[in-house]
Design a protein around this ligand. Structure first.
Ligand code: ZN
Length: 294
C-alpha cells in the first residue's frame, strides 16, 4: 500500500472513519464503556450515541488514532510510509511528509510503533536458528569502525540486543541489560523463543553461547577465518543487523534506551512481514492500531 493508494481509497475523513468502523465493529457500533450495541449514529459529528449509558463515542476512542485535530488520512499515510520505509522513518522526515510539526510527527511514529510492538511473535522459532548479539543505539564514536559488532560493546554506551532468526523465516530481537549476556541468561532467552527440540542453533564462538550445546544441536562459526562452511553461517542475522543499524544509526541519530525496544520491534515487524501483501499488511497494522491484536 503506497501513499497514492491511500489518497485514492481514503480521500476524506468520512472514508477513513468508515474503514475504521468496519474494521473495529463489523457494522455494529459497540459502546466502549458498557459494550452495548444499542446505539444511534450521529454521522454529522462522526460519532455514535449509546442509548444504554447515554454517552457519545467515536471509533477512535481507546485506540492509537485518538488524537485531536489530526485528520485520519494523515494517520493512514503515516502507517503506509512507516511500513514501506525499509530503513525506518524519522520523525523529522514524517513531519515534512505530512506537514505536521515535529512533536506531532514523533508522537504519531511512537503510537504506530506501539501498535507494531503489540504484535507478539508467539510461535517458537524452528529449523536453523541463527543467534547473535549486536550493540545498538547512541552515536558511533569518531574513529571507531562502523561495525562495532564484535567488540562486545566494551566501553560503549550502546545497549546489547540479542537477535534470533529462523533461516528464511522470522526474527526475534530482545534488548538485554548490560552484563546479562552470560550463559545462563542467554540459555533462558533461547528456551523462551526457540523450539529447542527441533531447532539447530548457529552462533559464533562467544563464551555466552557455549551452554547452548546442552539445549539443542549447536554449531559455531569462527569469524576470524573468512569462509562460509556450507550451512554453518550467521548470514541471516547479520543482514538483519545491517538493516537495523543503517536504520537506527542513519535515521534516528540517537535513540534513548527507554524507547529502543519499540524501535527494535518496528524493525522486527517489517522484517517478519517482508513477504506480506502491502494491502493486507496495511489492514493488519490498522487493526493493531485499533487494539485488535490478533
Ligand atoms: Zn454505553
Amino acid at each position: 500500500m503506497n501513499i497514492v493508494r491511500i489518497y485514492e481509497l481514503f480521500p476524506t475523513e468520512a472514508d477513513c472513519i468508515d474503514h475504521l468502523e468496519k474494521a473495529r465493529w463489523h457494522g455494529k457500533p459497540t459502546c466502549p464503556y458498557c459494550q452495548s450495541q444499542n446505539t444511534t449514529a450521529a454521522p454529522k459529528e462522526q460519532r455514535h450515541h449509546c442509548n444504554n449509558c447515554n454517552t457519545a463515542f467515536s471509533v477512535t476512542i481507546q485506540t492509537i488514532f485518538h488524537h485531536t485535530h489530526l485528520p485520519l488520512q494523515k494517520w493512514f499515510l503515516a502507517v503506509s510510509l512507516m511500513l514501506n520505509a525499509k530503513k525506518g522513518l524519522s520523525a523529522r522526515q514524517l513531519s515534512r511528509d505530512l506537514q505536521v510539526n515535529k512533536d506531532t510527527a514523533w508522537r504519531i511514529c511512537m503510537k504506530i510503533r506501539e501498535a507494531m510492538s503489540q504484535y507478539q511473535q508467539r510461535e517458537l522459532l524452528t529449523g536453523i536458528v541463527e543467534i547473535d548479539e549486536a550493540y545498538i543505539g547512541g552515536k558511533p564514536r569518531k574513529g571507531s569502525p562502523s561495525d562495532t559488532h564484535h567488540k562486545r560493546g566494551r566501553g560503549t554506551d550502546k545497549a546489547p540486543v540479542v537477535g534470533m532468526v529462523e533461516r528464511g523465516g522470522n526474527v526475534k530481537a530482545k534488548v538485554m541489560k548490560k552484563g546479562d549476556l552470560n550463559a545462563k541468561k542467554l540459555s533462558a532467552l533461547v528456551r523462551a523463543n526457540v523450539d529447542i527440540k527441533t531447532a539447530t542453533l548457529m552462533t559464533d564462538e562467544y563464551t555466552g553461547y557455549v551452554h547452548l550445546k546442552r539445549l539443542a544441536e549447536h554449531h559455531t562459526i569462527n569469524h576470524k577465518v573468512w569462509y562460509v562452511d556450507g550451512n554453518i553461517h550467521t548470514n541471516s542475522i547479520e543482514s538483519f543487523w545491517a538493516i537495523l543499524k543503517r536504520g537506527i544509526v542513519g535515521q534516528f541519530h540517537k535513540v534513548s534506551l527507554k524507547h529502543l525496544p519499540k524501535y527494535i520491534d518496528e524493525f522486527c515487524y517489517r522484517y517478519n512481514n517482508r513477504k506480506a501483501n502491502g494491502g493486507v499488511l496495511f489492514d493488519a497494522t490498522i487493526q493493531k492500531g485499533l487494539g485488535l491484536w490478533q
